[in-house]
Design a protein. Structure first.
Length: 558
């Protein structure tokens, strides 16, 4: 106690409230987070739908920070366009005001212990005895009970201030000082909701007036942006774009709210909201609604403005993984899929670069969607290209290890396993060509007519294989078929058998030196292995589990 102020009661109340919010967030995320993330990803294709998605998601999860985490992950994985991401973030600001309405309705209208203790008891029993969804429901119930208990501690400690604080002194403070308190306190505890709860408790005890409480609420909104700003300082461009938009939205919205706080409170009183607690939460919702009205029509031009202000600098080989949290499984899988396609594309490039001169790009569509984002210029040296491919493999596998520690459903686990198989086969393909590249260089440098003839055959084999790959995806958008992949693998085997027979025919006629026989057969075998491995990689990437398994069992695809 300091004077009549129960410091420990206040700190315990804030701690319990923050702990309960964390429990609610994680339990609600476990109950519906995967469906909610799919909803955010699939139902936010326009700014207005994005705003509504942000409101719904935050109202459900009771945390704008969790929704922002999802958005950053989806943007980093290329699953959300920047305008949709901004719309969701802006909508989340309004969705988070629901907490204030719930607490003002329950926490100050009833004896909190009559609500909190039964919730904690029932929730505790459910979480301990229940399994699966029932256990998570128990965590939600006990989290709500602890939240109300924390509010009770805050109410009791703040109420004691009436005998300790000179109210006339507080009345002399300028509104900007209350605003500053809200900014600093919310930045320190990283929760605008907890700051608003303390403000409601102080308002309920008569320690501060409604206009000053409104100034604190405005400051709390701005104070919570510090987490996103700090987290984005070293982030990729998309992450910094979203963080900047979040800060600017709150800065403008809170600036307007501060200037208009008295007229807005008059409007709230005019519509019949006389209770100061409800007036405060109504004010909180109203100024966030005004912010949405200002920014919603400007989302697309605002996104274009941000895209021109943040340009990618030097990046790791894997660019889609940088700002994706492995806990958001949808986004994490999409990021791995993007980088797996990047890896396949690199292997195809190296297949062309293994020959001198580099093989031309065949007509048609690449067998995977290549990342259109600009990347660091590729080195001309083949060994460096291979080293970067191996580095990319390592970056993907390191990220995959973190994802495997999360709870994945069956469909996600199967997709992850197929992507890992794709990566293994693609790198195997690159390694097979790397092992014979010195032989290809030797054939090219020899100037011998027979060696030139075989080198032309090897080039023809690779050109034919790449042409088959670039015909797998038709212009009409049809998916890669099992039959087309089988035909490509059988063509690879046929070309290998043709050259194998030619080598032995030339041995019988003495057309080739005995010292070249081993090299020719080895090159032929490794080109076969490389092409079959890349075919297997594409089967795992494009086909479902049953088809990919059937492909791996085909004699022509071994």
């Amino acid at each position: 106690m300091i004077g009549n102020f129960d410091v420990w009661g206040m700190l315990a109340g804030v701690s319990l409230f923050l702990f309960a919010m964390g429990q609610l967030e994680s339990a609600l995320h476990a109950l519906g987070g995967r469906n909610l993330s799919k909803f955010l990803r699939r139902r936010t294709d326009s700014p207005m739908r994005g705003v509504l998605g942000g409101i719904v998601a935050t109202a459900f999860l009771q945390s704008s920070s969790v929704v922002s985490l999802m958005v950053l992950a989806f943007v980093g994985a290329g699953m959300l366009a920047l305008p949709s991401a901004l719309a969701i973030v802006f909508g989340s600001n309004l969705g988070t005001t629901l907490t204030g309405w719930l607490v003002a309705s329950l926490g100050f209208r009833f004896d909190i212990n009559d609500l909190a203790l039964p919730l904690i008891a029932v929730g505790g029993l459910l979480s301990l005895a229940g399994r699966g969804r029932w256990a998570e429901i128990g965590r939600v119930v006990i989290g709500l009970g602890i939240l109300l208990l924390g509010l009770q501690f805050m109410k009791s400690s703040v109420s004691s201030l009436t005998d300790y604080v000179e109210l006339d002194t507080l009345a002399d403070l300028a509104p900007w000082q209350y605003l500053s308190f809200g900014v600093i306190f919310a930045a320190v505890i990283q929760s605008s909701s907890a700051t608003l709860m303390i403000t409601l408790a102080a308002l309920n005890a008569g320690i501060i007036t409604l206009p000053n409480a409104a100034a604190i609420a405005i400051g709390a909104d701005l104070g919570t942006t510090t987490t996103v700003i700090i987290g984005a300082i070293r982030g990729a461009p998309a992450k910094r774009q979203v963080a900047t938009a979040h800060f600017l939205f709150n800065l403008v919205t809170d600036g307007v709210a501060y200037v208009l706080r008295v007229p807005l409170l008059v409007v709230i009183a005019w519509v019949g909201i006389a209770d100061p607690l409800f007036a405060l939460v109504a004010f909180h919702s109203l100024f966030n609604l005004i912010g949405l009205a200002i920014f919603a029509p400007l989302i697309k031009p605002f996104a274009r403005f941000l895209e021109h202000r943040f340009v990618a600098g030097s990046q790791p080989v894997a660019t889609a993984l940088a700002d994706v949290n492995a806990a958001v499984s949808d986004a994490a899988l999409m990021a791995i899929e993007t980088e797996t396609a990047h890896l396949i594309g690199r292997v195809i490039d190296q297949s062309r670069a293994a020959f001198s001169p580099t093989l031309p790009l065949p007509p048609g569509r690449a067998p995977v969607d290549r990342d259109p984002a600009p990347r660091t210029a590729e080195p001309a040296d083949y060994e460096q290209m291979y080293a970067r491919t191996k580095r990319l493999e390592g970056e993907i596998l390191a990220f995959t290890t973190r994802l495997q520690a999360e709870s994945l459903d069956r469909e996600e686990s199967e997709r992850l396993e197929r992507l890992l198989r794709t990566i293994r086969e693609a790198v195997h393909s690159a390694k097979s060509l790397k092992d014979i590249r010195h032989n290809l260089d030797a054939f090219y440098a020899s100037g011998d007519e027979v060696s030139d003839g075989y080198l032309d055959h090897f080039r023809g084999c690779m050109n034919g294989f790449l042409a088959d790959l670039y015909s797998l995806r038709h212009e009409n958008g049809a998916a890669v078929s099992f039959e087309d992949l089988v035909a490509a693998a059988q063509s690879v085997r046929h070309r290998h058998d043709e050259l194998h027979a030619r080598v032995f025919a030339d041995i019988r006629t003495g057309a080739i030196r005995q010292t070249d026989v081993s090299s020719l057969l080895n090159v032929n075998r490794e080109i076969l292995n490389s092409n079959l491995a890349l075919s297997a990689a594409l089967s795992s990437y494009h086909l479902d589990a049953a088809q990919a398994d059937a492909f791996s069992r085909l004699p022509g695809a071994e």
